[in-house]
Ligand binder design. Structure first.
Ligand code: MOS
Length: 720
């Protein structure tokens, strides 16, 4: 394996973005376009008994109001088939804000006014809006068990036990949910900000009973994905697609943020009861960890995955993890950056800090002493693991050795309480198959098509780094086509596997192209770059195709990719486990009178294997830390138990961290290739970046104030 570091390169799309020239799905120019707006349900559960659309139809510009009668019945659920697509319009209401009608108009204003004029009648039913509501229903999942945790816990010399809470939190990427559907000559083209263009094609085809072969989905750029735009598709997609087909004109929808709060997935409220034991030497020996999360009545956002990172952060040999859903009447929760480890590691890494305090051990030293080469969950070795290196490098950069351990001991002269905290994160490193086509032209153009979605994380920049390292081509005329079902088979981009999915295939394409070039030139010495060489030998273009699969995968993975299905390998590979790691060091300052918490500096050092794109990788980590700060100190969705909706459903009331909240974030990488995970030695980064930074803040607040706060977000009122 080539293990050389990659040079720092600017983002290839930065200039266009700054100029506003990037064409997001909402910007695609389409002629004769109609605008759509959804009508949200005003009840949380029950039935729509009638839909009076007469007033809406009188609004100038309104051309049609779609109701549940305009849609086919939901497809039958198949045991081993793909997950059911999001429902279309239905007379049954499962949650407040569920769309009950779609108004289509010549203008956006007409669509908005028309949607407000639709008068649904309802037969409401009792509902449960909160995890503690009377009619909520507990639905236990499967346990994660290895070793004998209860026995080991009873032998532990020191134990800690506590409950931690993470609130309901909503995604708020700047880009809203946008879909434009075009029906033309028997083909349906959907432009949508989605992390899963093939998944959107499949779900829309199933919902509307179409042949997927006539559906194309294009998602060239996304203005922030984070899981909200992944999953099994967005509920609005089939609605506007049906409208476009019924009306024979393109239809576009931009869901307003208030509707997105009620419509899209979110990070569910979760409660974590942790019992953690250590022996006299400070070796952590046992964990019993029970977690429960809010869940919709039929939602399938998994719960066992809360144990994915916590069972592999340290070499703990005895683990009992339980997980349960608490089913209520809200829309389904879903994947939101670092979906489970964000909340799980807040709980677990707070507990480890509590243990360190009780043992009177330095929290960095305690973690260093609990390293492991083996994944005790499977008995297999880790393919690579540099968590201790992250801790050591982070401690060095942060100046951790100057910390005095006693809480409240680092007060500044003006009475400001200073706290230094540490916590770690882990996240599964997964891989997906890819099929790529590379074509270099004598005219100076290069076109590369592969599976992947650009959501701002910089996947195009990482792909370009590998192409430009290995091939002498014109970087200005390099087109990287991703997120497009017409260009290459597309896999959902999520779970931090974007780079591992696209980059090994890209490296293979580079190698194959170099071979093809060498064969074509047959040892002739020709001057110039590859375009000039092709021109000299009068070859209009050279094109190659390659495919790549994950460890342990076979041809069936490529078949699944071609079908638009899910084909994820890892983190448990046949003979090893692959996890990414990070250590965060945080300084907080708590003002003596206002109790305002500031975070002037953070040091985060990550082990994501080999770093392919230093610029975007560092940016990913900074973004993850910013969101973890926001999750720790700001964000919580306020649920209205009376009506089942969300009260702070806009950016004025749903408080997120802003520039003024962010201090220095120093990012480091171990940058050592993983020898087994893939041919490029890289591991996932996008999500591990966030994991552990929230507990590092909570631990720093404990160190500053002596107050152990176990529920997020931590706000001024909790520190009075
Ligand atoms: Mo991610 S939350 O898997 O897009």
């Amino acid at each position: 394996m080539n293990t050389a570091s990659f040079p720092d390169r600017a983002r290839i799309d930065a200039r266009d973005k700054v100029l506003g020239a990037t064409v997001y799905p909402g910007d695609v120019p389409v002629a004769r376009m109609l605008h759509a707006m959804m009508v949200p349900s005003r009840i949380a559960k029950g039935t729509v008994t009638a839909l009076d659309i007469s007033a809406a139809m009188r609004v100038p510009g309104v051309v049609r109001v779609l109701t549940p009668d305009d849609f086919p019945a939901p497809p039958p659920v198949s045991e081993n088939g793909p997950p059911p697509p999001p429902p279309t319009l239905e007379w049954r209401v499962a949650y407040r804000g569920q769309p009950v009608a779609l108004v289509v108009a010549e203008t956006l204003e007409g669509a908005i006014e028309g949607a407000e004029a639709v008068r649904p009648s309802y037969a409401p039913e009792p509902f449960a809006a909160l995890i503690d509501s009377e009619d909520s229903q507990r639905d236990p999942g499967e346990d994660i068990v290895f070793g004998n945790a209860e026995a080991a816990l009873s032998h532990a010399t020191t134990t800690v036990e506590a409950t931690y809470v993470s609130p309901t939190q909503h995604h708020n990427p700047i880009e809203l949910l946008v879909t434009t559907a075009v029906w033309e000559s028997g083909r349906l083209t959907i432009y949508e900000c989605t992390q899963s263009s093939a998944g959107t094609r499949g779900a829309t085809a199933r919902a509307l009973r179409l042949d997927p072969a006539i559906v194309d989905v294009k998602s060239a750029y996304i203005g922030g994905g984070f899981g909200q735009k992944g999953g099994i598709g967005q509920r609005q997609t089939a609605l506007v697609a049906q409208a476009a087909m019924l009306l024979g004109r393109p239809v576009k929808i931009v869901a307003p943020r208030s509707q997105i709060f009620h419509l899209a997935t979110y990070r569910p409220h979760s409660r974590h009861h942790v019992r953690l034991g250590a022996d006299a030497d400070g070796k952590m020996t046992a964990v019993v960890y029970d977690v429960e999360q809010e869940q919709s009545r039929h939602g399938f956002f998994p719960n066992a995955e809360y144990h994915e990172a916590t069972s592999r952060l340290y070499g703990i040999e005895n683990y009992l993890g339980t997980a349960a859903d608490i089913r209520i009447d809200r829309q389904p929760p879903g994947w939101m950056r670092a979906p489970h480890p964000q909340a799980a590691c807040f709980a677990f890494e707070s507990a480890v800090d509590e243990l360190a305090h009780k043992l009177e051990r330095d929290p960095v030293a305690l973690r260093l002493a609990n390293d492991s080469r083996v994944d005790h969950r499977t008995g297999n070795p880790y393919s690579s693991r540099f968590l201790n290196e992250c801790l050591e490098e982070g401690a060095r950069r942060f100046g951790w050795s100057r910390r005095t351990p006693e809480p409240g001991s680092m007060t500044a002269p003006d009475g400001t309480q200073i706290g230094w905290g540490v916590a770690c994160g882990a996240y599964p490193s997964m891989m997906v198959p890819a099929i790529a086509t590379l074509r270099i032209g004598a005219d100076g153009n290069t076109r590369y098509a592969v599976s992947g979605h650009e959501m701002g994380q910089g996947i195009r920049t990482a792909i370009a780094a590998v192409l430009l390292e290995g091939l002498e081509i014109d970087s200005d005329r390099l087109e990287i086509v991703i997120g497009d079902t017409t260009a290459a088979p597309q896999h959902i981009t999520a779970g931090s596997w974007g780079t591992a999915g696209a980059i090994p295939a890209t490296a293979k394409a580079v190698a194959r192209m170099r071979e093809a070039m060498a064969e074509l030139l047959a040892e002739r010495e020709i001057a110039g770059n590859l375009h000039q060489k092709l021109a000299t030998v009068r070859r209009p273009f050279l094109q190659i195709e390659v495919s790549e699969i994950g460890p342990g995968q076979g041809p069936e993975a490529l078949e699944a990719l071609r079908r638009g299905a899910y084909a994820v390998a890892g983190p448990e590979y046949p003979s090893f486990t692959t996890m990414s790691y990070i250590a965060h060091f945080v300084e907080v300052r708590v003002e003596p009178r206002t109790r305002r918490v500031r975070v002037p500096r953070v040091v985060s050092v990550a082990d994501c294997g080999r770093v392919v794109s230093p610029r975007t990788a560092a940016s990913q980590v900074r973004g993850g830390v910013v969101w973890a700060l926001s999750a720790a100190l700001r964000e919580a969705t306020e649920i209205d138990p009376r009506y089942g909706g969300y009260l702070n459903n806009d950016l004025a009331d749903y408080v997120v961290a802003v520039n003024a909240d962010i201090g220095e974030i120093d990012v480091g990488f171990i940058d050592r290739p993983d020898p087994l995970a893939n041919t490029m030695g890289l591991k996932g980064l996008g999500e591990v970046a966030m994991v552990g930074a929230s507990p590092a803040i909570a631990n720093a607040i404990f160190h500053a104030t002596g107050k152990r706060l176990r529920e997020l977000p931590i706000r001024i009122e909790n520190l009075l």
